[in-house]
Design a protein. Structure first.
Length: 221
């Protein structure tokens, strides 16, 4: 009798062990949890490219991002796209489509990049190097001492009127609380140049814009 009782206990233990293994195996089928948000290479319509994506990580100290969803007041999607930003070049600031990466769960963008058609630009030889660092890029390229960057490149575009404008200005404005303390001004001009290269390709003026893939050092002040 004792042997049969012992055998029954052994069988019950074996069945219980098999059940535990089955439950654990079933839970593991779900796989590891996927990270939230988008990678730097996916953000802003994939416009950053390898160099801009790396610079975004250094600027933000993060590697996953989100963009605004929903629609703008004018009916456009809030998320950035190169064709939409190109379409809105000649519109007022409130209607232009902007590149705005957010850190996951943050209420403020790391930076905002805005593109605007322009008929003139500043002379890089005549700006104050006390407040600006000048880069030999496009027609005019500077980073600002307080953060941010401006880049103007040659690209003829036409708005609703008959006259065309000869330049496009790209402007990057940072949210300082979202910027990593060890990032550099060169990281910001690298991001701005990368997205501007993509915009020049979209507009069909890459050869005219002459924006290199490798960012040079700032000119001596």
């Amino acid at each position: 009798m004792k042997d049969f009782t012992s055998m029954g206990s052994t069988v019950r233990l074996a069945l219980s062990g098999a059940l535990v293994v089955t439950v654990v195996s079933g839970c593991s089928d779900a796989g590891p949890e996927q990270p939230k948000g988008l990678s730097p290479s996916q953000i802003c319509d994939g416009a950053l490219g390898p160099s801009g994506a790396s610079a975004l990580e250094r600027i933000s100290g993060a590697d996953r991002f989100t963009e605004l969803d929903g629609s703008h007041a004018n009916g456009d999607p809030n998320a950035f796209s190169l064709p939409l930003a190109a379409k809105r070049l000649h519109d007022d600031l409130s209607d232009r489509n902007q590149c705005q990466p957010y850190k996951v769960d943050s209420d403020f963008p790391v930076f905002t990049i805005d593109f605007e058609a322009r008929d003139s630009h500043s002379d890089p030889a005549k700006v104050s190097t006390d407040d600006l660092s000048v880069y030999p890029l496009g027609r005019f390229a500077v980073t600002h001492q307080g953060g941010g960057a401006t880049l103007v490149f040659s690209c003829s575009t036409q708005g609703g009127g008959e006259e065309s404008t000869p330049y496009v200005r790209a402007k990057l404005t940072v949210t300082r609380s979202q910027v990593a303390p060890d990032s550099t001004d060169k990281d910001q001009i690298a991001v701005l140049t990368a997205v501007s290269r993509a915009m020049a390709d979209e507009l069909g003026c890459a050869a005219q814009a002459k924006l290199p893939s490798k960012i040079p050092d700032a000119l001596p002040g």
